[in-house]
Design a protein around this ligand. Sequence first.
Ligand SMILES: [Zn+2]
Length: 170
Amino acid sequence: MIVQLAESQIKTKFGTFKEYLYHDGQRESHAIVMGDVTEGEEILCRVHSLCIYGHYFNSIECDCREQMENSQKLIEQAGKGIVIWLNQEGKGNGHFALMKSAEFKRQGVPQPEAYEKAGFQRDARDFTVAAEILKELKVKSIKMLTDNPKKVDTLTQHGIEVVGTQPTSL
Ligand SMILES: [Zn+2]
């Protein structure tokens, strides 16, 4: 169960968003929303996970920052949309796991297998909170901003109607 802790507004390079802060008993999650999405259909929605490398350290090894920026840009163009920000780095394994997997990655092992070799799960992400947030926001259906259509399954499994996807690569 999530609890809404606060609601505010944030001005960004891509327009003004309303921010909602939630807590699920373990960690905080955020939703930034542009426009009126209540009862909305085919609302653009990006479910984004924290990445210290991409968002803080300006890494060129991943495209997390670019995906976030493009999502905000696409939402601004559409005039409405949602970005759900989840604090689950390293596919939910945490930053320690990400660092531990780096050695295998350098040897050419793909990221999911690299996590496994380092003793973690290929993908430990949990999208329950994202689904709960969308229910809190009373969105009817979403169009997911993702380059990975597989992501749709994870949300539909949690009772969210996903009507399609749109890539974040512009
Ligand atoms: Zn990243």
